[in-house]
Design a protein around this ligand. Structure first.
Ligand SMILES: NC(=O)c1ccc[n+]([C@@H]2O[C@H](COP(=O)([O-])OP(=O)(O)OC[C@H]3O[C@@H](n4cnc5c(N)ncnc54)[C@H](OP(=O)(O)O)[C@@H]3O)[C@@H](O)[C@H]2O)c1
Length: 317
């Protein structure tokens, strides 16, 4: 099992009173633990989710557990650009200053489906929805500087079940190539990483830091398109744990490190993990910027082109 590093107590007890944080997919898995921890530290957290009733139930549980901060639930369906626009308008009206945006929500290995705007579902949800959200919230993030954007990517941006992560500009939506759920996931997670990389250039000098993270292999609902969740949670859990599967609170450590650690502010565009998945000394130490094994993750041209295409596709160009 690779080493997993917990954030320091000092980081997890920083006073976040007066800080506004937005976390997508905050009702489940890694996102839920992230919301819980930020609220515990006194932050005002906007829990963005597509199932509002479930989000409210989670928010009530978090607040009942004695957190010092606040949790506001707002509806957001990343598979609809209109929903992203509506969410952003509502949030900006109340919060013209935002200090942290965690682009956490995601789906993995879904069957071929399209978003409401006609994009392949994983690329549309994991990347394009978050891309538009980030662009629309940027004025508030700039107003909140020094502020952070954390994209929850994955080590599967490199290879997902053997499928290499690459951005296929000729066929981003799998209209000409045969659809494969793992290739689509790898493409979307590489897009998360490249998005943060390009943001670091676009936002240079603004005080807004953008990074991506790999949370580790985490027990969550993400698996549901690949196997029934109860298999992972009950029958296979001891075996998976031995093989390195983490609990959500462990998986949230990478996000929290990237969002809160002072060491990250001068590392914009980099890729972090608290899980020592790569065999370099830096990776084993956790937290430190990692060197992705995927050559496309280091290609400035791909990052810039993806940014421009994304702007066009979400209607901002
Ligand atoms: N678990 C892992 O091993 C692992 C490894 C590497 C990276 N990651 C990344 O970690 C992030 C969090 O995943 P997780 O493991 O915590 O899984 P999870 O428990 O399934 O959480 C995913 C969250 O995304 C939300 N979501 C999905 N589609 C959405 C949409 N169209 N609009 C708004 N929200 C949507 C889900 O909402 P619902 O509850 O309504 O479905 C849920 O809140 C993902 O980006 C994932 O790619 C996870």
């Amino acid at each position: 099992m690779p080493p997993i590093h917990r954030c320091s107590e000092a980081l997890l007890s920083l006073d976040l009173s007066g800080k506004v944080m937005v976390v997508t997919g905050g009702n489940s898995g890694i996102g839920r633990v992230t919301v819980e921890q930020l609220a515990r530290q006194g932050a005002y957290v906007v829990l963005a989710c597509r199932r509002v009733a479930e989000g409210r139930r989670v928010a009530e549980e978090i607040l009942a557990s004695g957190s010092r901060g606040q949790v506001e639930v707002q509806e957001l369906d990343l598979a609809s650009l209109q929903s992203v626009r509506d969410f952003s308008a509502r949030v900006l009206q109340v919060h013209p200053v935002i200090h942290g945006l965690v682009n956490n929500a995601g789906i993995m290995n879904s069957p071929m489906q399209k978003t409401q705007d006609g994009f392949e579902l994983q690329f549309g949800t994991n990347h394009l929805g978050h891309f538009l959200l980030t662009e629309l919230l940027l004025p508030a993030l700039k107003a909140g500087a020094p502020s952070r954007i954390v994209n929850v990517s994955s080590c599967f941006h490199d290879k997902a079940m053997g499928r290499e992560g690459r951005i296929d500009f000729e066929d981003l939506n799998f209209e000409r190539r045969k659809y494969d759920g793992w290739s689509a996931y790898a493409q979307s997670k590489l897009a998360n990483l490249l998005h943060a990389k390009q943001l670091s250039k676009v936002l240079s000098g603004t005080g807004v830091t953008a990074v991506s993270v790999h949370p580790g292999w985490v027990r969550s609902n993400l698996i549901h398109f690949s196997m029934p969740v109860f298999l992972q949670d009950i029958l296979l859990r001891p075996l998976f744990r031995l093989a390195g599967m983490l609990e959500p609170w462990e998986g949230a450590q990478s996000t929290l490190f990237a969002l809160l650690s002072p060491e990250v502010s001068n590392q914009s565009g980099k890729y972090f993990s608290q899980v020592g998945i790569y065999r370099t000394r830096e990776a084993q130490r956790g937290g430190w910027p990692l060197h992705s094994p995927n050559p496309h993750a280091h290609d400035d041209g791909v990052a810039e082109r993806l940014y421009q295409v994304s702007r066009e596709w979400v209607g901002l160009a």
